[in-house]
Design a protein around this ligand. Sequence first.
Ligand SMILES: NCCCNCCCCCC(O)(O)C(F)(F)F
Ligand SMILES: [Zn+2]
Length: 667
Amino acid sequence: MKMGTALVYDEEMTKYKLLWVDPACKIEVPERLTVSHEALVKAGLADRCVAVPVREATDADILLVHSEEYLEAVKKTPYMTLEDLKEFTLQYGDVYFHPNIYHCAKLAAGAALQLVDSVVTGKVRNGMALVRPPGHHSMRSAANGFCVFNNVAIAAQYAKQKYGMKRVLIVDWDVHHGQGVQSCFEDDPNVLYFSWHRYEHQRFWPQLRDSDYDCVGKEKGAGFNINVPWNKVGMKNGDYLSVFCHVLLPIAYEFSPDLVLVCAGFDSAIGDPEGEMCASPDIFAHLTHLLMNLAGGKVCAVLEGGYNLTSLHQSVCQTVQTLLGDPAPRPADLDGPCTSALESLHCVRSAHRQYWSCLKHAAELPSSEISTKCIKLEEEEEEKQQHQKKEEEEKEAWPEPLKRLTPPVRTAVVLPDGVVCPDGCERFSPSEDLNILNKVRENFLKGPDDSDALTTLSSLTALVEKMEKNEICNGLALVRDVSTARMCVVQHAATAHRNRVLMVCVGDAVVPSPGTDDGKTLLVQFSNTESEEQKGKFHIPVCLKKGCSDVSGFTLAVLGLLLPLGYEYDPSLVLLVRTPGSGLCDAAWQQLTGLLQGLAQGHTLVLMQEGEKACVGPTASSLLGVAAPSLGKLPAPLPEDVQALERLRHRLQADWKLLQTTAPETA
Ligand SMILES: NCCCNCCCCCC(O)(O)C(F)(F)F
Ligand SMILES: [Zn+2]
């Protein structure tokens, strides 16, 4: 599987700018591109990428989306006088022309196509194109919102036509609605368009009725257009992650795309004058990571907006560093979604419930009630938000994202002698550390001379220590006695004061509650046996009718339950335990292993029973950062599983805010 991340950039795209006074357009400046690229160079990220040259999109490329008359009109702009350019611009909204913008617009679209070529042909695994002019607002026959040609829409049509891509997912995390993309694919069931955007009940630009949550697509495309309106500013990391876990990811996994395109606008980050949101730049590391196990890892990010040059370049670096496979930083103190975000979340899930089996259980409210609820809650929060907004104006500052150091060793393995060490992994040698050996001897050995247990357990302890010191990123151990190994790891990790261990158990081995409910460990156990005893906040049994053998139910539980829990819990170590009898197919197991690496700075330790030897290879591949294989189009999960998960989420959401998908009942 080819690794490698493409970076498509050419400074020619900086060579146009606003030549007259227009307050609406003055934020779209050439420096957006130069500061982004320079930051990548300075951070040593550009050198780690495969430089892919831009090219001009051809007429045929552009005509995949735009009309001939529009293309012919734009072709004339290089020869226009300043007055003609001003005149020509008047027919469009919030956009400006320049003698060199046609050339740059061809390069921006061509850059996206070069990126698609290098990813789809396997030259690289994923990549990013740093371009301007942006694209997602431009319509078939109109420029709009700084956009001339719709770079990502053209890339999607190109991928379908040239490579026969069946299903393309477009994720638009820019803070504005890409109505140009929406209108291009409105009736196309092969292109799933997802966009969140500042909306404020249609009061925010471009103030379109069609940007609301109930615009789900038309005719055959019904259900394949997802709009998440933000009706308040100040949305934070928890709001963004909730929408990914409870809307985008379940639908995206059901859709099972062959290619993922990202309208990567960073005006949705804190500090941006357009978005006025409060999500930190490192959230884009998580948004990127959460997409990287779709489509076999074929992710193409194309720059759209972003006007605060500081948060822009920080966000670009977070995105590229994650595409390169570096572990994401731990998400600092996540809040649950705010009331307004919960209203939007609920509205979107209700609007799409009829199209996606993963949402079948979404509580259905009559639309009239939803809208009044929204407005009613708006007024309540209005004054709260207003005075908060005044404060923010003064202190629009945020901490510089922490340097993401990559450990010298990516994956260490503890394997019995007979088992070969997978390529790319490093076999972890038994520990000579006497106090580890003694501690293991006195706490865990049954027989006095159980030497290979001593070797295994001391190696595991030493491995966990090296992960804490960030000398090793993740690990895999094949052990005879999983329950002892598990206790040994948990006890060692829990002793280090600030450690929290998320333990995920797959398989039917009975896992004892982790003793006290002190919050030092959170145990999530997947099984098919209904557990009768009431568990505490930190012991969550997930019971699926057919256990993990039903990929749809399992995937829904991972995306809508395990991930939100994991992000909210924010562990320093993820312990993933697999015992026989799980019935989990390799692909689903690799998806789980891949997704969990977004937590704990990638410190995932996989413990497997010796009987699972066949799973060592696939597990190692996922721990090395290779994208998990696609699960294929997911059939509907079992209704009883969907209801059980819904009940479980409702029961737990009092303790775990990121599990909420509806606003708390108003008094
Ligand atoms: N206060 C100035 C009003 C500006 N109104 C137009 C905003 C256009 C946003 C463009 C973008 O950021 O969505 C893109 F990604 F296309 F660049
Ligand atoms: Zn934007």
